[in-house]
Design a protein around this ligand. Sequence first.
Ligand code: A3P
Length: 339
Amino acid sequence: MAEDQPSLLQKFVQDELPQELRDLVSNLPMENGWAEKHLYQYQGFWYNPFILQALVTLQKHFHANDNDIFLVSIPKSGTTWLKALAFSIVNRSKYPNFQNHPLINNNPHALVPFLEFDLNSSNEFLPNFNSLSRSSSLFSSSPRIISTHFPYVSLPNSVKESSCKIVYLCRDPKDILISRWHFTNKLRKGITDNFSLEDAFEMFCKGVSPGGPFWDHMLGYWNEGMKSSNNKKIMFLKYEEIKMNPLLVLKELAEFLGFPFSREEEAVGVMDDILKLCSFDNLSNLEVNTNGKTSFGVENNIFFRRGQVGDWKNYLTTEMVEKLNNIIANKLTEHGIQF
Ligand code: A3P
């Protein structure tokens, strides 16, 4: 990407919508956006219009393979971390040397593409999705590891109908809010005003955030995973669980993905090596992640901030915590999702 070209995400913030997108969103409910000018509601969830266009196209044309692995998350749940872990697990026979591993020179988003960002060649979001086939070069590995932030209800039918595996990652919504608020202001920097935490908080609590409402996003995958027909298809993970018990989660994740660790691998510390390679401290300090950019034009370093559980304590007032905790209790804890 040429230096003077705005990044795709800068375009989200700056540009008037092309006619095609104006037609697409013309009858949809609209609210003010976070990094984007406006969010639009489609099938119950709030979208940036460019991502919505990708979704509608993918719903028509995307073909899932039975051995695909989908890493699904609500944004700011630790997608970058999950991508690194899953890539290392699945590809460890191909890349057994962790000193000279693709993650050393590539941001996890370059190794595990986003369905909604990377499945187009022009970076213009007006892609020729006819080429969206099983042979697309970005998606030619086997199994393909693909990530998305789409909610369950809106996944392309072939994802729901295939025997692919879905790993769903979520996180304490209070930390998601703080992480998303910082992320939004990094995207807005130099382009538009700062987004206040108070505004972010109010919108988040109303469910109006990219991919929101967060509770419906989480519940969609949680409820599907509870169905006996899906309990081998959907694995539900929480950021806090990985932090608390990384070895156990890594082991369970590898088993779920069909790449279990052997006794020999356990004995020689392969799991520890993967955790170290994918750790916040290691990844965030690599040259590629301090200076590089993603295919969709944002700096790799904005995916690494603090990487901790409970940073919300440094930002939210007592009243904010009480309000958000009530929403979490009513919308999630009631159904069995606890943080
Ligand atoms: P914070 O903003 O709380 O630090 P996503 O990858 O879904 O965009 O989520 C980004 C969040 O995950 C950020 O949280 C980021 O710091 C954290 N993160 C990124 N890589 C991580 C890693 N390897 N281990 C733990 N947390 C990580």
